[in-house]
Design a protein around this ligand. Structure first.
Ligand code: KIV
Length: 261
């Protein structure tokens, strides 16, 4: 994939599949699948570091995870997430933050929100850095949104999102993540844009879908919002494997001759 393939997928009606990833081993597995692209999301703060939200993600954390994913992802297209407030400083600091993710192996960056981001988006795209926007239930704005709440349920909320997506498209984003909006609004927003939309909790009509890897593999026990579907029972598989190992160690069944020098 490259940014033109995203556009081609929208034009041809073929869906875009995106998943988050934060480490080398998982990236190696994804490299051998038909997934279209990988997001090194700031959800790393939660899934990999145990924080309760994404506000704790730092530039160094995102650089570290992007570099690890890039070493395992083969030729997959990687989007590096700009952490909280890292793109709301001086233009020079913002560019340095984007440069860090690109030099760690990202092929594009993602950032949340619309108002106030346009100049930065114009500047980085003119500097060779493709930008994916992210609107709707934007987790970095949780304190402005009053928590993790579905967005665009009122007419004025939906109208604001329509203005935002057009602003992001005009500023130069090559694609947008739309998170946590009613399915009908996900469809309307997708139809308004010439660039592709990738939904999470935004219904079936967006041009693609994204899920957090841990959620889609069924590794997450304590977090199961309505939009998540587990496509594997990863938690039980992990636990059963570990229990089988412990039993084999305890019974002396491991190691066997074939594991010995
Ligand atoms: O960080 C992340 O995982 C994300 C996705 C939920 C889109 O931004």
């Amino acid at each position: 994939m490259n940014i033109f393939d995203f556009q081609k997928k929208k034009m041809s009606g073929n869906k875009i599949s995106m998943v988050t990833c934060y480490d080398y081993t998982s990236a190696r597995i994804l490299a051998g699948t038909s997934i279209d692209c990988i997001l090194v999301g700031d959800s790393a703060a939660m899934t990999m570091h145990g924080y309760k939200d994404t506000l704790s993600a730092t530039m160094e954390m995102m650089r570290y995870h992007t570099a690890a994913v890039s070493r395992g992802a083969g030729d997959k297209f990687i989007i590096g997430d700009m952490p909280f407030a890292s793109y709301r400083k001086s233009l020079s600091d913002n560019i340095t933050a984007a440069q860090i993710l690109m030099q760690a192996g990202a092929h594009a960056i993602k950032l949340e929100g619309a108002a106030g981001n346009q100049d930065f988006i114009r500047h980085v795209t003119e500097s060779g850095i493709p930008v994916m926007g992210h609107i709707g239930l934007t987790p970095q704005f949780m304190h402005m949104l009053g928590g993790f709440k579905v967005q665009g349920k009122t007419q004025s909320g939906a109208d604001r999102l329509k203005e935002d997506i057009l602003m992001l498209q005009e500023a130069g984003c090559f694609a947008l993540v739309i998170e946590g909006v009613p399915a009908s609004l996900g469809q309307e927003l997708t139809q308004l844009l010439s660039i592709p939309t990738i939904g999470i909790g935004a219904g079936p009509h967006t041009d693609g879908q994204v899920l957090v890897l841990q959620d889609l593999l069924g590794l997450t026990l304590d977090f199961k919002p309505k939009f998540v579907k587990a496509f594997a029972d990863g938690h039980d598989q992990f636990r059963n494997g570990i229990e089988a190992y412990v039993q084999a160690v305890n019974s002396g069944g491991f190691p066997e001759d074939e594991h010995c020098y």
